[in-house]
Design a protein around this ligand. Structure first.
Ligand SMILES: C[S@@+](CC[C@H](N)C(=O)[O-])C[C@H]1O[C@@H](n2cnc3c(N)ncnc32)[C@H](O)[C@@H]1O
Length: 268
């Protein structure tokens, strides 16, 4: 495998969630190991691409909803590799005074993001950190430079909390992010959920993913709602991804369901 100079020290023979997701979205920031895993998943779950696209569509709608609610600053945790519909493109497209901090643990995602935002670095920054360490994320010099914690902040955790097992106390670190932001702030979560039917194909896909990338933790609707403790859920609450304010004419409302639960909330 060709190792690009900027990826020195990264084990590219091991697939990463960021790059597998990028491949599912049709992006170009992935390597042979990522493509092989994604293709193995697609062999048993052809809907994996539809899930990735639906999740990305939700992210855009959620950011727009928070912009409408007056939020101008965003911390995107588990931001992934820049692709179509990036948070800073949406936010800066809506208002030139927007601020965005991307956070990811994956060095490839962070390297690409830094390159992509270089020309708007006065308003957009990238932090390599683990979202389970809120003190490190919130105290990072890039976060402190760009985010004013006296003004509302959108905290985004989109398609990332299913990589965090219960043993890592997601409610504990979510509380730290909630307590760090003022009223009027927002929380966006999208999360893998149990499919309506746990078929052999789905079990096989999950097994494939767990054996090669980060293990997945599925959560029920009640468990995803519990992640919003201390926030007020906006309409329509925690719902399957295609049902969260489906764009008119998209056909999402009547499309076959995808096993992902999402919600957007504000801090009173
Ligand atoms: C499926 S991608 C989602 C990307 C983007 N949020 C979206 O929904 O379009 C999940 C991302 O979360 C990142 N990630 C996983 N665990 C993380 C952690 N503990 N801290 C920070 N990032 C994490 C992965 O590296 C990957 O880039």
């Amino acid at each position: 495998m060709d190792q690009p100079p900027w990826a020195e020290g990264i084990d590219l023979s091991r697939p990463s969630p960021a790059r597998v997701y990028d491949y599912l979205l049709g992006g170009g920031h992935n390597f042979a190991s990522d493509r092989a895993l994604a293709e193995r998943m697609l062999a048993t779950e052809p809907d994996a691409r539809r899930w990735a696209a639906a999740n990305r569509g939700f992210l855009g709608r959620a950011v727009e909803a928070l912009l409408d609610a007056g939020v101008r600053q965003f911390i995107d945790l588990g931001a992934g590799i820049p692709t179509v519909g990036n948070v800073h493109d949406i936010a800066l497209g809506a208002t030139s005074d927007a601020r965005v901090v991307y956070v990811d643990v994956d060095q490839v995602a962070v390297t690409h993001s830094r390159h992509l935002v270089a020309d708007v670095s006065d308003r957009v920054g990238v932090v390599q950190a683990d979202l389970r360490a809120p003190a490190a994320v919130l105290g990072d010099p890039v976060t402190r430079r760009l985010i004013d914690f006296d003004r509302p902040v959108g905290v985004l955790m989109v398609a990332v909390l299913h990589f965090v097992p219960d043993a890592d106390d997601p409610c504990g670190f979510l509380a730290a992010y909630r307590d760090a932001v003022p009223s009027g702030s927002g929380l966006v979560i999208s999360h893998m959920s149990y499919p309506a039917k746990m078929t052999d194909e789905v079990k096989e896909t999950v097994k494939t993913y767990n054996s090669s990338a980060a293990p997945l933790t599925f959560r029920t609707r009640a468990e995803v709602e519990a992640l919003f403790a201390g926030w007020w859920l906006m309409d329509p609450g925690v719902v399957p991804v295609l049902q969260w304010r489906p764009p008119a004419g998209s056909g999402d409302a009547g499309a076959p369901e995808i096993p992902g639960l999402v919600g957007v909330a504000t801090k009173a």
